[in-house]
Design a protein around this ligand. Structure first.
Ligand code: AMP
Ligand code: ZN
Length: 113
């Protein structure tokens, strides 16, 4: 998608601090961190968000969840971390390319909203 921020990051048209990349998954530091460690993990294929996960593309989500623990380990998040995906306006989704936030490095508040 030519007008998608995260597709541009994957293409290298917008700079990012890359932490991980393979043929299907890309991970980079969030530009506006909400915790000492704040990483975004995204599929290279453009999927708009959780509502667009289908039987055809859900293997990509499984791949992402295989990669997440390795990234967390590499970042030293031994005490734990949170994985979040915002879906739609009420959740505050601002970038409409499926992404999973990894948040950690401090004790996170328990509330979910
Ligand atoms: P969300 O609000 O769940 O859609 O998350 C989008 C995230 O993308 C936010 O946490 C932003 O800080 C982050 N973000 C926006 N632009 C960039 C960028 N150029 N590089 C890294 N992270 C970004
Ligand atoms: Zn995209």
């Amino acid at each position: 998608m030519s007008d998608c921020l995260f597709c541009k990051i994957i293409a290298g048209d917008i700079p990012s601090t890359k932490l991980y990349e393979d043929d299907a998954v890309y991970a980079f530091r969030d530009i506006n961190p909400q915790a000492p460690t704040h990483i975004l993990v995204i599929p290279k294929a453009h999927i708009s968000g959780c509502n667009d996960v289908t039987a055809e593309n859900s293997a990509l989500v499984a791949r992402i969840f295989q990669v997440i623990p390795a990234i967390a380990r590499a970042e030293g998040l031994t005490g734990g971390y949170r994985v979040v995906s915002n879906c739609g306006d009420d959740a505050g989704q601002t970038v409409h390319h499926l992404h999973f936030h990894i948040l950690g490095g401090r004790k996170l508040a328990l509330e979910m909203a």
